[in-house]
Design a protein around this ligand. Structure first.
Ligand code: FES
Length: 372
């Protein structure tokens, strides 16, 4: 029986067996821990090294970890190549405008990023398991704050641990890790490009121009003043675009529609409220008033109209606007009135716009007045 033998029934000379290892011989002896005494580690708390690795084994681990880091670096470079191969702003359109490009872009970006992160993780795991030493540390509950000697001892322990982790003494692994991290660090900076180019005055203006006809949304039929002869009537309308060979239906792009869509409402002549200034009254025609249909809260179509109370209601969060009083907010979370579109009539009695909206449409600029 060895001096590590903890089994009093074992006979002297029987083979010892370390706890946790399989026993296939009836005469094995169980011992607590390794037969090799653990190395003590200098530090603030007692620490014993439980796994000692040969230099050769550590070097092998270093090479495997470095290989993973190089894969991570290549995947990171692939991320940049993919980003510029399917540019998100091709032909001034975001990638999402073309589902096919958007799909390729997403798959390539996601795939390369996932591979890079996985390879970094795999490299770190190999590093921890095959290069770093393993310690068992006992940490008693101490009084706080720690005494100065313990703080000093801890910082020495920290530096020693950094040294033993291989970060300082294994340049191949350290350099490949830094190489792998570089593209990952730059990726968010490159993606800032998606925030440009600046929109210029695109958010201020819509398709409406002076003299542009107004058409019923859906049928694309031009609207005459006489079409809205019933007080309380309401029509959802869009700019009229003359059909052409390239655009046989006179279609307006969805982007333009989303900003330019309006509500035309026929009001009783005596209904106007105090917010209807002389200028705003001049923008009406024969009791017909036009407001942007895009809610100034977060942009839902405010398309419900109560003819008795002249209220326009947005179904999303119940913002309510008074159509008789310059669409001022009478209830709900919206902060500013629906912008009014100036109206005019052409020689044939068709309703036309007398210019663009007086204010920015939708929630883009909360409370911001548009400069005239
Ligand atoms: S979007 Fe209209 S109330 Fe919220």
């Amino acid at each position: 029986m060895t001096e590590n033998n903890t089994n009093p029934d074992n006979e002297a000379g029987a083979d010892d067996r370390v706890i946790g290892t399989p026993s296939d011989a009836s005469g094995d002896t169980i011992v607590a821990g390794s037969a090799e005494p653990h190395r003590e580690h200098a530090g603030p708390y007692p620490a014993e090294e439980t796994h000692t690795r040969s230099e050769e084994e550590q070097r092998k681990g270093e090479k495997i970890a470095s290989a993973w880091f190089i894969i991570a670096f290549l995947a990171g470079i692939g991320f940049f190549v993919a980003y510029f191969a399917w540019p998100p702003n091709a032909a001034d359109e975001p990638a999402i405008a073309d589902p096919q490009i958007g799909q390729y872009s997403n798959m390539a970006l996601g795939g390369t990023l996932a591979l890079a992160l996985f390879a970094i993780g795999a490299g770190m795991t190999v590093w921890a398991r095959r290069v770093m030493p393993h310690y068992e540390v006992s940490s008693p509950y101490d009084e706080l704050p720690s005494p100065p000697e313990e703080k000093k001892s801890f910082s020495e322990f920290f530096m020693k641990s950094a040294d033993e982790s291989g970060f300082l003494k294994r340049p191949l692994m350290r350099r490949t890790l830094l190489l792998a991290m570089a593209p990952m660090g730059l990726a968010p900076i490159v993606m800032l490009r998606d925030t440009g180019p600046l929109p210029g005055d695109k958010l201020h203006n819509t398709l409406w121009e002076k003299g542009m006809h107004i058409a019923v949304e859906g049928t694309h039929r031009k609207i005459k003043v006489s079409d809205l002869d019933e007080v309380g009537g309401m029509i959802s309308a869009l700019p009229y675009v003359e059909p052409s060979e390239e655009n046989p239906h006179g279609a307006v792009s969805l982007n333009d529609q989303a900003k330019a869509v309006i509500l035309l409402i026929k009001m009783p002549e005596d209904a106007w409220g105090p917010e209807m200034t002389e200028q705003k009254l001049n923008w009406t025609q024969d009791g017909i008033i036009a407001y942007s249909k895009i809610c100034t809260h977060v942009g839902c179509p405010a398309a419900l109209y109560e003819r008795e109370t002249h209220r326009i209601l947005c179904p999303c969060h119940q913002s309510t606007f008074d159509a008789a009083d310059a669409a001022k907010v009478v209830f709900g979370p919206a902060h500013r009135p629906l912008p009014q579109l100036p109206l005019s009539v052409d020689d044939e009695g068709y309703l036309v716009a007398d210019g663009d909206f007086s204010q920015a449409v939708g929630p883009t600029f909360w409370d911001a007045e548009k400069e005239a």
